[in-house]
Structure formats: structure tokens, C-alpha cells
Design a protein around this ligand. Structure first.
Ligand SMILES: Nc1nc2c(ncn2[C@@H]2O[C@H](COP(=O)(O)OP(=O)(O)OP(=O)(O)O)[C@@H](O)[C@H]2O)c(=O)[nH]1
Ligand SMILES: [Mg+2]
Length: 320
């Protein structure tokens, strides 16, 4: 996002500026429709609030984003004394299992009883990975053999969670390409088991998205939303990219709040998403670019549209 603002710093508001801003938003992975909406809103605000400079515009944009992204006060909505379930879905390698371990850690720290379900039966290593997280954070893990029916794991896990008086059951699933129909049907079956066995308990269906995959995240959101329904997003690997823009597009186009962001591989590197911090990071970008502007004056090279291309999407990863 720093790049985004680097491009418009120090200018008066004119059509060129809006065009640059629009391009910057699109190349920042915000999504075309959302970028157009945002720019349209800014034009209105310029007229209404008599905005003069690019900095005024940046500030207005930050406010707009803050308002759009504002999450409910409680990141996870717990029914106290009852079983609460989180189902975690997403394509291969985005950080599902890691994020589950981190969430378990956050909840255990709050004194909650957590149980994990190894709904990824695709590879034996997947259950092992979850068990390592279970040991690390100190919570139980329900797992079956490799190749078992994930819905059966979920069935057992719900029964275990009920008999152990668990507060939060978090269900891991195998990474799957969002365009593979049979795999998406398998998810739908897991969802049906939860609805049948613990109809009141499902609090969250969280889609894990890798921040570096760019616009592909939008089609992932669409497909998973159709297969299981979604209540929110975990955006991982924000430590490895300057691109948080995809958050804005997803939020606007699918009305999905970002619940957590992953900022590293360690246990405590999952943060509750904060719209305020997000907007603040934008302002940090503005400070940076004052620096860029100075450097440009001194003859050093400032950020360009080409710089934004350095962050172009890698495409969805898969080992399917
Ligand atoms: N830098 C960074 N790495 C992360 C983050 N979240 C996960 N990872 C890493 O991403 C890799 C994949 O993470 P997993 O949790 O195994 O991903 P997954 O979605 O469960 O993968 P599959 O089960 O194979 O679909 C691991 O090396 C993680 O350590 C993050 O927020 N930042
Ligand atoms: Mg996994």
C-alpha cells in the first residue's frame, strides 16, 4: 500500500491524479469494481468536503477504508458454556493448518478449552502437522488414518468435543483447488455433518487466503462461499508482501470481514485484524513517500508504476 500512495504524493487533485489512484488501487489488488467505486466516492467527497491536495485525498481514502473494513468488536463470537466450531477452508498451502495452530494458541491463552480436528486426511503428514501444533499449544487433536473420510473425522471430533466440554473445536481441511467440483462437494459434506451433529455450534467458516496470490483470491472467495458458506477471512503471509489490497476487494465484493492476519510462521504471529491499524499503515505509507518525494527531488528514483509490477501476483499455488 505504500506504493499506492507513493504514486500520488505531492500533487493537486486533477483527473490525472484520479486515474493514477485508480491504477494504483487496481495494481494493489483491490479489484476493478471496488477501485472504481472508491474513486467515485472520493470524487464526491472532493466536491462535498472541498478537498484540495493529494494528501487530502489520501486521508479521505483512509477514512473510507477504515469505515468499510471496520470489524465487529468481538473477532470470534463465542456462545459461553456451549460448543463453538470453526471450520477452516482454502486452497493448498495458504496457511490453514498454521493459522489453526495460532488460533488455538490465542484461545488457550484466554483460558478456553480447544480441540483440533484433522479433517485433512489427504496426506498422513497433514495430521502429523496438526498434532505438532496441538502439542505446542497444549490441546487435543482428533485424527484418523490417511485416506479416511474427512466427514467421519468431523463426526468423531464433534462427539469428543461434546463429551470433553470443549469451548472451541477448530476443523482443519485439505487444501483444494476451488475449481475441482468433487473436492468442493467433500467440503459441502463436512458442512452438512456439522449442521446435523451440532446445528447450533458453527460460529465461523473461515477462508484462508495468501496475501501474495492477488486477484485469484477473489475467485477463491466466490467458490468456497458457494460450497460451504463463509463468515470471514484469514489473510496470511502479510509479512511477505506489501499487498494488503486484496482485503478491500474481498470485503467489498463478498461482504466478508477479515478476522485475522498472519504475519509470520511463529505461534504468536496471528493478529486480530484491525481496520484502524490498517488505515494507520496507510498513513505510514504517506510518511514513507514524503521521504520518497524528497529522494526524488534529490535526484534519486521515486516509486513508479513499474515498482508496483514487482508485486504482481504469483497465482494460486497447488500441489494437486
Ligand atoms: N511468512 C509466513 N508464512 C506463513 C504464514 N502462515 C503460514 N505460513 C507458512 O506457509 C506454509 C504453508 O502453511 P500451512 O499451514 O501448512 O498451509 P495449509 O493451507 O495448511 O497447506 P495444505 O494443508 O497443504 O493445503 C508453511 O511453511 C507456513 O509456515 C504467515 O502468515 N507468514
Ligand atoms: Mg494444512
Amino acid at each position: 500500500m505504500d506504493k499506492l500512495f507513493g504514486m500520488i504524493s505531492g500533487k493537486e487533485i486533477d483527473d490525472d491524479l484520479y486515474e493514477e489512484l485508480e491504477e494504483a488501487l487496481i495494481s494493489g489488488d483491490v479489484g476493478v469494481q471496488t477501485a472504481l467505486d472508491l474513486v467515485e466516492n472520493l470524487r464526491e467527497r472532493e466536491r462535498k468536503d472541498k478537498l484540495k491536495t493529494a494528501e487530502d485525498l489520501q486521508k479521505a481514502l483512509a477514512e473510507e477504508l477504515q469505515a468499510r473494513l471496520a470489524a465487529p468488536e468481538e473477532i470470534l463470537d463465542e456462545v459461553p458454556g456451549a460448543l463453538n466450531i470453526i471450520l477452516v477452508v482454502g486452497v493448498n498451502g495458504v496457511g490453514k493448518t498454521t493459522s489453526i495452530g495460532k488460533m488455538a494458541h490465542l484461545l488457550q491463552k484466554e483460558g478456553k478449552q480447544v480441540l483440533l480436528a484433522a479433517g485433512d486426511t489427504f496426506r498422513a503428514a497433514a495430521a502429523d502437522q496438526l498434532k505438532i501444533w496441538g502439542e505446542r499449544v497444549g490441546c487435543g487433536v482428533i485424527a484418523h488414518q490417511e485416506g479416511a473420510d474427512p466427514a467421519a473425522v468431523v463426526f468423531d471430533a464433534i462427539a469428543a468435543a461434546k463429551s470433553r466440554g470443549i469451548d472451541w473445536l477448530i476443523i482443519d481441511t485439505a487444501g483444494r483447488l476451488h475449481n475441482k467440483v468433487n473436492l468442493m462437494n467433500e467440503l459441502n459434506k463436512i458442512r452438512r455433518i456439522i449442521d446435523r451433529e451440532a446445528p447450533e455450534a458453527l460460529r465461523e467458516v473461515l477462508l484462508v487466503l495468501d496475501a501474495t496470490t492477488g486477484q485469484n483470491a477473489l475467485s477463491q472467495a466466490k467458490a468456497f462461499s458457494e460450497a460451504t458458506g463463509l463468515t470471514g477471512v484469514i489473510l496470511t503471509k502479510l509479512d511477505g508482501t506489501a499487498k494488503g489490497g486484496v482485503v478491500i476487494g474481498i470485503n467489498s465484493e463478498y461482504d466478508l470481514p477479515v478476522k485475522f492476519v498472519g504475519v509470520g510462521e511463529q505461534m504468536d504471529q496471528l493478529l486480530p485484524f484491525s481496520a484502524d491499524d490498517f488505515a494507520e499503515a496507510l498513513f505510514a505509507g504517506i510518511t514513507d513517500l514524503d521521504q520518497d518525494a524528497k529522494e526524488a527531488e534529490e535526484g534519486a528514483e521515486g516509486p513508479t508504476a513499474e515498482d508496483a509490477d514487482l508485486f504482481e501476483e504469483e497465482g494460486a499455488k497447488s500441489h494437486d
